[in-house]
Ligand binder design. Structure first.
Ligand code: SIN
Length: 521
C-alpha cells in the first residue's frame, strides 16, 4: 500500500473532471494534478451523451428565453442566480471547447447547426451528429494528453474520501475537511492513499440504481455515495429524470437512447393503436419537458397494459434523419427496424440525477477542500427536472468555476501534513462467492424500478426502504469481512444512492417536476 501526493485530486474522467484538470493544469504548470477513473479513460456518461449542449448562439435567441425554458422545465424550484450564471457563461464555454478542437455540426450556410429538444422554445443545441459526448470526451482527452502535469490513472476505483474521521474519533460534523481518497488500484488490488490539498468529485451519474437505464455500467453513483459517507450535504435526490425514449429491448442494460433531438426533428409518439397521445397531454406535445412526456408514457402503458409505445419517424425527411442520427439509424437497422416504414418501440428509462452533492456557485461542497461538479453535484441549475442538453453545459461551467477558485487561491495548494493512516484491511478475506454481490445489485435495481420509479406512493417507498435496509445489513457484513472489489464497492454505493432517493422522496410532500407521488395529489 502506497501514498501518492498531488495538489489536486480529481475523481472522474468525464467532461466535468477533465475540464477541471485541463484548466488548472494550464494555469498552474508547476502543480501536480491526478485524475483517477475506475474504468477505461473515456468511459463515462459524457461519452454516451447523444443530443448536445444548449447555448444561446443564434441572434434570434436570448439568454432570457434559455433561462425561462430552464426554469419552466425545472418546475420553478431552480436557483435563479445559478441559472442566470450558467446560461450566460454557456457561449464562452462552447467557444473554448471549439478552440480545443471539438467539432460541432454546421449547416449548408456554414453556421453552427442548432438542434431542438423537449422544453426548448427554440433551436439552441450544439451537437456532433448523434455522438456529441463522444466527440467532446475525445477532444478533452487530447488536451489532457498534451499536458505534462496531469496524470490520468484508469482502473483506479475510489472507495472513500479521507476526512477528519480517519484521523481522530468523535470529530464534530462541523468544519470537516477532505484530504484525498482511498483508492483501489484494480491492477494490483492494493488500496493506496491519495492525498491532495483539493479534491474534486466528478464521478458522474447513478442511473444503474435502476434496472432500466440509459447510463453505462459505470454509473453507480460512487461520488454521491462517497460524499454521503463523508457527511457532505446531499440534496434533491428525489428528482430522478427518466428519459422518455429508450429503445425497448427488455433486459438490455444500458438501454440504447433514442435522442430527444429525434423528436426535435419532428418524430411523433404513438400508442399501439397509432394515436398521438401527447396531443391530449400538453400543448407542446412530444416536445414538452421530459418529466411530462415520461409520465404520459407511463400512464399510457398502465392504461393499455402494453410494454412500450412507439416513436414514429416515417414522415421525416430520411436524408436529414441519416445526416443527424447515423448512429441511431444503424442501431435500428441492426434490430430490423427500418425507420422509413417501421415505428421504433420505446419506453422511459432512468437517465439523469438532478440532485447530488450540494455545492455553491464556486463548486464548493459542505466539506472543506472538497469540490463537486457534473452529474454527481447539485448546483440548483436543474430544479426538479433538468432541461435537455443543460447537463454537459453545467459540467463545463462548474469545472471552470472550480478551476478559477483553485487558481485564485493557489497559495492554499499545500501538501497534506496530517497523519493519515493507511487503509486498514486487517482480518478481511477474498469473498468466496461473487453471486451474493451480483444478486444484491440486481435486487436493488429491481426494488428501485418496481417501487421508486416515475410514479411513487408512500406505501411503495416504505416497502422499498424495508427491502433496502435488509440489503444494507447484508452488504455491511460482507464489506467488513471482505477484501474490497469494485463490485462490492458498487453494491454499497448503489444501496446508498437508493436509500437517499427513497428517504428524500419520503420527505417531499409536494409533486414537482420529476418527482410525482399519488399520495401528494
Ligand atoms: C438526448 O439526446 O435525448 C439526451 C440529451 C440530454 O440528456 O440532455
Amino acid at each position: 500500500m502506497s501514498y501518492f501526493h498531488s495538489d489536486i485530486l480529481i475523481l472522474g474522467s468525464g467532461v466535468a473532471g477533465l475540464t477541471t484538470a485541463i484548466l488548472t493544469a494550464k494555469a498552474l504548470p508547476e502543480k501536480k494534478i491526478i485524475v483517477i477513473t475506475k474504468a477505461e479513460k473515456n468511459e463515462s456518461n459524457t461519452k454516451y451523451a447523444q443530443g448536445g449542449i444548449a447555448a444561446v448562439w443564434d441572434k434570434l435567441d436570448s439568454f432570457e428565453d434559455h433561462i425561462n425554458d430552464t426554469i419552466v422545465a425545472g418546475d420553478f424550484i431552480n436557483d435563479p442566480e445559478v441559472v442566470k450564471m450558467v446560461i450566460e457563461d454557456a457561449p464562452d464555454c462552447m467557444k473554448q471547447l471549439i478552440e480545443w478542437g471539438a467539432d460541432f455540426d454546421h449547416n449548408k450556410k456554414g453556421d453552427l447547426d442548432l438542434g431542438k429538444e423537449g422544453g426548448h422554445s427554440t433551436h439552441r443545441i450544439l451537437h456532433h451528429k448523434d455522438i456529441t459526448g463522444f466527440e467532446i470526451e475525445k477532444t478533452l482527452l487530447e488536451q489532457v494528453n498534451s499536458l505534462n502535469n496531469i496524470t490520468l490513472l484508469p482502473f483506479h476505483f475510489a472507495i472513500d474520501l479521507i476526512t477528519d474521521h480517519h484521523i481522530e474519533k468523535n470529530v464534530s460534523k462541523k468544519d470537516l475537511s477532505c484530504y484525498g481518497a482511498y483508492i483501489l488500484n484494480e491492477k494490483t488490488n492494493q488500496i493506496d492513499t491519495f492525498l491532495a490539498a483539493k479534491t474534486v468529485m466528478a464521478a458522474g451519474g447513478s442511473g444503474q440504481v435502476y434496472a432500466s437505464t440509459t447510463n453505462p455500467k459505470v454509473a453507480t453513483g460512487d461520488g454521491v455515495a462517497m460524499a454521503y459517507r463523508a457527511k457532505a450535504k446531499i440534496e434533491e435526490m428525489e428528482f430522478v429524470q427518466f428519459h422518455p425514449t429508450a429503445l425497448f429491448e427488455p433486459g438490455e442494460s444500458p438501454a440504447f437512447l433514442i435522442s430527444e433531438a429525434v423528436r426535435g426533428l419532428g418524430a411523433y409518439l404513438r400508442n399501439k393503436k397509432g394515436k398521438r397521445f401527447m396531443l391530449d397531454v400538453d400543448k407542446r406535445a412530444e416536445l414538452a419537458p421530459r418529466d411530462i412526456v415520461a409520465r404520459a408514457i407511463d400512464n399510457e402503458l398502465n392504461i393499455s397494459g402494453e410494454r412500450n409505445v412507439y416513436l414514429d419517424c416515417t414522415h421525416l425527411d430520411y436524408d436529414a434523419f441519416i445526416k443527424h442520427f447515423p448512429n441511431i439509424n444503424n442501431k435500428c437497422l441492426s434490430k430490423g427496424i427500418d425507420i422509413k416504414r417501421d415505428f421504433i418501440p420505446v419506453i422511459p428509462a432512468s437517465h439523469y440525477l438532478c440532485g447530488g452533492v450540494s455545492v455553491n456557485k464556486k463548486g464548493k461542497s459542505s466539506l472543506q477542500n472538497l469540490f463537486a461538479c457534473g452529474e454527481c453535484s447539485r448546483t440548483g441549475l436543474h430544479g426538479a427536472n433538468r432541461l435537455a442538453s443543460n447537463s454537459l453545459l453545467e459540467a463545463l461551467v462548474y469545472a471552470k468555476n472550480i478551476a478559477k477558485e483553485i487558481i485564485d487561491h493557489k497559495e492554499l495548494l499545500k501538501p497534506v501534513k496530517k497523519n493519515i493512516p493507511e487503509w486498514n484491511e486487517e482480518g478481511t478475506t477474498i469473498p468466496e462467492e461473487l453471486v451474493l454481490i451480483s444478486h444484491n445489485i440486481k435486487t436493488v435495481q429491481n426494488i428501485m424500478s418496481d417501487l421508486v420509479a416515475i410514479v411513487r406512493t408512500d406505501d411503495r417507498l416504505q416497502m422499498a426502504l424495508d427491502h433496502l435496509n435488509y440489503i444494507y445489513q447484508d452488504t455491511e457484513k460482507l464489506y467488513l469481512k471482505s477484501k474490497l472489489s469494485p463490485q462490492l464497492c458498487e453494491l454499497r454505493n448503489l444501496n446508498a444512492i437508493a436509500y437517499l432517493i427513497v428517504k428524500q422522496s419520503q420527505a417531499r410532500k409536494e409533486n414537482r417536476g420529476a418527482f410525482y407521488s399519488l399520495d401528494n395529489l
